[in-house]
Design a protein around this ligand. Structure first.
Ligand code: NDP
Length: 312
């Protein structure tokens, strides 16, 4: 029996992941790599990071799939993915901390009006803008999961009024939150900065669109830290053009890398990041994935178990 490592890795990345995983995986099951020869019948566990479509359907004894990425939208879009094999996504405190740091940095970038001051500097313009405090700038967070909730709490602790949105009603009251379609309008109405941390599913695809932008306060800013498929790019450009939105910070895109001729690169009201809000750290991810495999075979709770019907 063996554990298969398979993803869109370079040979160097395979080597990094293998060495990290070998520190934590139980010693009795060899780790095999998809780019080398291996016995498909021996594979009990697949450790995956955007594996080629169809690659997991030919493993007859597969019992558990562990994603090394937090988002599983691409994996679930593979129609041949076995539906009866439990699938876990990565839930990693190191990644959560990175996402919290990123969200705080970007909220202050927008809150302290750095895009405007940087533009003024490029024009040698000395102009002092009004200085609202955090308590004057409400922030909305779409998605209150492993990443969204800690982001919401960290921003609330810094004095921003925070509202959040989830699929199901939340029992804890640490963050003012709403759910369902009506709830989205309430969150949008209150969000001078709107942060997207939803998973990409059939229900959330293209959710950052004209209708939602119309519900934001005029002059709001958008931050998409989740997936490019959430955003209707044309609607964003129109909302920026008519000043409904003042700025967008985008970390994720429909096409990655963002094509060199894409309008976003040079748009004065868009800040582009190359999908770096919270990257997977192989050191911590290897430990968590290994612990999850051990938990699965011991019949204990597995972290990040994906519900196939919900899509996240
Ligand atoms: P979780 O699964 O932990 O949380 C998802 C949240 O979204 C939950 O609160 C869930 O509601 C809510 N949600 C899901 N569907 C809907 C819906 N239809 N309507 C309203 N709310 C909904 O995900 P994570 O927090 O771990 O990650 C979120 C996403 O962030 C990932 O899927 C990935 O795409 C992206 N990501 C981006 C990174 C980057 O570097 N840019 C890095 C890592 C992740 P409920 O609580 O009711 O279940």
């Amino acid at each position: 029996m063996s554990i298969l490592l398979i993803g869109d890795f370079t040979e160097t990345e395979y080597a990094t992941w293998s060495s990290r995983l070998l520190l934590h995986l139980p010693g009795n099951e060899p780790l095999v790599q998809a780019t080398r020869e291996y016995d498909k019948r021996a594979v009990r566990v697949a450790l995956v990071a955007n594996p080629p479509a169809g690659s997991l359907s030919s493993l007859p004894n597969l019992r558990f799939i562990q994603s090394l990425w937090a988002g599983v939208d691409q994996l679930l879009s593979d129609a041949s993915l076995p539906t009866d094999i439990p699938l876990a996504r990565l839930v990693d405190p190191a990644m959560t901390q990175a996402m919290v740091e990123c969200a705080i940095a970007q909220v202050f970038y927008l809150h302290r009006q750095l895009p405007t001051y940087l533009k003024q500097q490029s024009e040698r313009m000395w102009r002092q803008l009004a200085q609202p405090l955090a308590s004057d700038r409400s922030v909305g967070v779409l998605g209150l999961g492993a990443l969204g909730l800690p982001v919401a709490r960290a921003l609330a602790a810094l004095g921003f009024p925070v509202v959040g949105w989830s699929l199901n009603p939340r029992k804890d009251t640490s963050i003012e939150s709403y759910h369902g379609t009506d709830g989205l309008a309430k969150v949008a109405n209150k969000s001078r900065i709107l942060i997207n941390l939803l998973p990409l599913t059939s229900q959330t695809a293209r959710i950052l669109n004209e209708a939602l932008f119309q519900q934001l306060p005029t002059g709001a800013a958008l931050m998409n830290l989740a997936r490019g498929g959430h955003l209707v790019e044309r609607d964003l450009l129109a909302a920026l053009d008519d000043q409904r939105l003042t700025h967008a910070v985008l970390d994720v895109f429909n096409a990655e890398p963002l094509p060199a001729d894409h309008a976003f690169w040079t748009h004065p009201q868009i800040t582009v990041f190359p999908h770096v809000a919270a990257t997977t750290d192989p050191a911590s991810a290897a430990r968590i994935a290994s612990e999850n495999i051990a938990a699965f075979f011991a019949g204990r709770n597995v972290s990040g178990l994906v519900c196939r019907s919900r899509g996240y």
